[in-house]
Design a protein around this ligand. Structure first.
Ligand SMILES: *Cc1c(COP(=O)(O)O)cnc(C)c1O
Length: 471
């Protein structure tokens, strides 16, 4: 792209800037710098005027896709609209100008936000204790499993070497267990798409530290046996951890603590405003039972009388990140929760309604491997002979970001669609219309897609491994 700018638009000697006259004496760099540090030839830069540069980069930015430009039903990522009011709150100078090393007395307002957010998550989850420190969902998982490990270490129980994980899990779950030093044992699923309880019963024993379950799972299905699952683990002295990245499907309808879960993480990005993806800041806050509370990372916010303090839980696993977590994301989540209040339940209802609407409308043409009501996302498979990847690429030509494809791994040619609660019926109808139209094309035609995008098909493995994000 820069090559084009130089070749097509550049004219030798043209400038887009004027600098003040150089007025430093005796500053001939050719005399100061060593010979090998000096340029031998002119740098290869575009010699263009300012409007040309502005247009070049503005047009490049328009080739980008995002939730602000297009519908983005990327399953498991909750790519929903994030109210601008939350961004404004996070940008307020009285918050954004704070320094994390300022004395507590000067940052009482920020500590109050954190303390209240801990309280909101406590109320939503039913757990007495919260930590806002983890900087991402995956770090919230790691925090939780490290807390479980420390619990057993503290109890002198050295038999716990294994973490059980259902086959529908997000890849970060087994990675977390391995990073925390545990062996991973996979548990299969039954014909309803739920974790196989009998297989769990056979595998849970005194070597089990925890089960990591996602609920609703990554098929968008609520784990209907969750209470029995908790019971099986507690009987062998193990913990039940819940990956709560999908709580937008259950907030206000179900409290994880009441179902027997011991510890969970939230994705404050995704669920509580702040977009996911693109490597931006996140927050993987955790909530846990009394038994695990004293192992939380350092620090958490406490309140006595009218003052807020940062305190280190008694048997803390220590710090997982510098300072106090991603404060800007916490602030947006606080604003989001305050804005919705008890209406968060409506958010849940709408997320579930939208997913079921898409599932039901696609059912005539696409295969739906699991019948019955789904939660916030649905899985479908294209008709026989059509590849999920080809449909995904075809959607780009229709102006839609493709859904997640080939995940979860337990369904072949799968498309995982998460419409989210912020989309209108009209948008969903347009999307369904495109999905239905695409499978009318011949497989050969579909294999050509996308034809209208700035780039055609990429070697995706290479694009991910050798990312050249400069021009
Ligand atoms: C997004 C997600 C995660 C990981 O969250 P990050 O913030 O990307 O680390 C974990 N589990 C599930 C089910 C998710 O959807």
């Amino acid at each position: 792209m820069l090559g084009n700018l130089i070749r097509d638009k550049g004219r030798e000697g043209r400038r887009g800037y004027t600098l003040p006259r150089f007025d430093v004496e005796n500053a001939d760099l050719r005399k100061i710098l060593p010979e090998n540090a000096l340029r031998k030839e002119q740098p290869r830069l575009a010699e263009v005027d300012e409007p040309t540069v502005i247009r070049h980069y503005t047009n490049l930015s328009r080739k980008n896709w995002g939730i602000d430009t297009n519908f983005y039903p990327l399953g498991s990522c909750t790519m929903k609209h994030n109210p601008r009011a939350n961004e404004a709150a996070a940008a307020t100078p009285s918050f954004s100008g704070l320094h994390p090393l300022q004395p507590e007395a000067q940052v009482q307002g920020a500590l109050q936000v954190m303390h209240e957010m801990q309280g909101f998550l406590s109320e939503i989850s039913g757990f007495p204790a919260v930590s806002l420190q983890p900087m991402a969902g995956a770090q919230g998982e790691l925090t939780s499993i490290l807390m479980v490990a420390k619990y057993f270490e503290d109890a002198g129980d050295h038999r716990r070497t294994t973490v059980l994980i259902p086959s529908t899990a997000h890849g970060t779950n087994p990675a977390t267990a391995a990073m925390a030093g545990f062996g991973v044992q996979e548990i299969g699923i039954d014909e309803d798409g739920c974790m196989d309880v009998e297989e769990l019963r056979e595998n849970a024993d005194e070597t089990t530290a925890a089960l990591m379950i996602t609920n609703p799972n990554t098929l968008g299905i609520y784990e209907k046996n969750i209470e029995e699952i908790a019971h099986i683990l507690h009987e062998v002295g193990a913990f039940l951890y819940m990956d709560g990245a999908n709580v937008n499907a259950i907030i206000g309808r179900m409290r994880p603590a009441e179902a027997g879960i011991d510890i969970m993480h939230f994705n404050l990005h995704k669920t509580f405003s702040t977009p996911h993806g693109g490597g931006g800041p996140g927050s993987g806050a955790i909530a846990c039972s009394e038994a695990l509370a004293s192992f939380r990372p350092d620090p958490v916010v406490d309140k006595d009388d009218d003052n807020y303090h940062l305190v280190r839980p008694e048997k803390s696993i220590g710090r997982l990140a510098c300072f106090h977590g991603n404060f800007g994301v916490i602030l947006k989540a606080w604003n989001y929760t305050k804005m919705h209040g008890p209406e968060l339940k409506d958010v849940t209802n709408m997320a579930v309604l939208n997913a079921n609407y898409v599932r039901t409308r696609l059912k005539c043409t696409y295969r739906v491997p699991y019948e019955g009501i789904c939660k916030h996302e649905c899985v479908v498979q294209p008709p026989k002979g059509v590849k999920a990847l080809d449909v995904a690429k075809g959607l780009i030509d229709h102006g839609f970001h493709p859904p997640t494809v080939y995940f979860p791994l337990v369904v072949k040619e799968v498309m995982l669609i998460e419409p989210t609660e912020t989309e209108s019926k009209e948008t969903l109808d347009d999307f369904v219309g495109a999905m239905l139209q695409l499978v009318e094309s011949t497989p050969e035609e579909l294999h050509e897609a996308p034809v209208n995008a700035p780039t055609r098909r990429l070697d995706e493995a290479r694009a991910a491994r050798q990312l050249r994000a400069r021009w």
